[in-house]
Design a protein around this ligand. Structure first.
Ligand code: ADP
Length: 207
């Protein structure tokens, strides 16, 4: 896959750091946002393009009544057997990359934002990016926000965080950082700053 013919900013951060809030603000400025999690969700929805291959690999037991992937069952199978995760990823990852590429190529705007929760962990998307932007937040706050949003226990949040890159490493790899330790208004102002910076330095100039 070639590099998209437009400047792409890769947006990442730990779970609950504020990626969606930041992405929504870029979108409010008219910047096209492509979210790899949303794409994965669509691919495994009722008429999702990944469903035939998933059913062929794992059988009808991983499908819920509406035709979508049964996430609870799939999660259990992935936890029970690491080989299952590998097979699932081998099906999904290339499809997510292809769909992301198409979505990025089809949208307009002076630059585009690609949200990839595990951007540095997988390394797949970095060749496409003009810039990486990390949303950072104190781990205690991150815990609190995810527990509240997803109704998860502290242990469950800790297990998810343990599977992600440590905060310091993520920060070390970032080109740009937004710190989300304060109020939402503060977060929005920081996104506005970055938007101006990307427009001034990375936007595609009209031909
Ligand atoms: P991510 O997409 O990185 O998982 P979200 O943008 O969904 O994170 O934020 C996680 C949760 O925390 C959401 O419920 C969001 O509304 C809330 N949140 C994010 N930033 C703030 C903030 N600065 N103040 C209060 N709540 C916040």
């Amino acid at each position: 896959m070639a590099k998209p013919d437009i400047p792409v900013i890769g947006l990442t951060g730990g779970i609950g750091s504020g990626k969606s809030a930041v992405a929504d603000r870029f979108a409010a400025h008219g910047i096209p946002v492509v979210d790899t999690d949303q794409i994965a969700h669509d691919l495994t929805g009722p008429d999702g393009a990944a469903m035939p291959a998933i059913l062929q690999a794992f059988g009808p037991g991983v499908q819920s009544a509406n035709g979508a992937l049964d996430r609870t069952v799939m999660r259990q199978r992935v936890f029970a057997d690491p080989a299952v995760r590998k097979v699932l990823e081998a099906i999904l990852h290339p499809m997510i990359r292809q769909a992301s590429f198409e979505a990025l190529s089809q949208s307009g705007g002076p630059y585009r934002v690609l949200v990839v929760p595990l951007l540095f962990e997988t390394g797949h998307y970095q060749p496409w990016l003009a810039r990486t932007l990390v949303v950072d937040c104190d781990e205690a706050l991150q815990n609190e926000r995810v527990m509240r949003r997803n109704g998860l226990s502290q242990e469950a949040v800790a297990a998810i965080m343990a599977a992600q890159l440590p905060r310091a490493e993520r920060l070390a790899r970032a080109d740009d950082v937004i710190v989300n330790n304060g109020a939402l208004e503060e977060l929005m102002l920081q996104v506005d700053d970055k938007h101006r910076y990307y427009l001034a330095n990375f936007a595609k100039t009209p031909q």
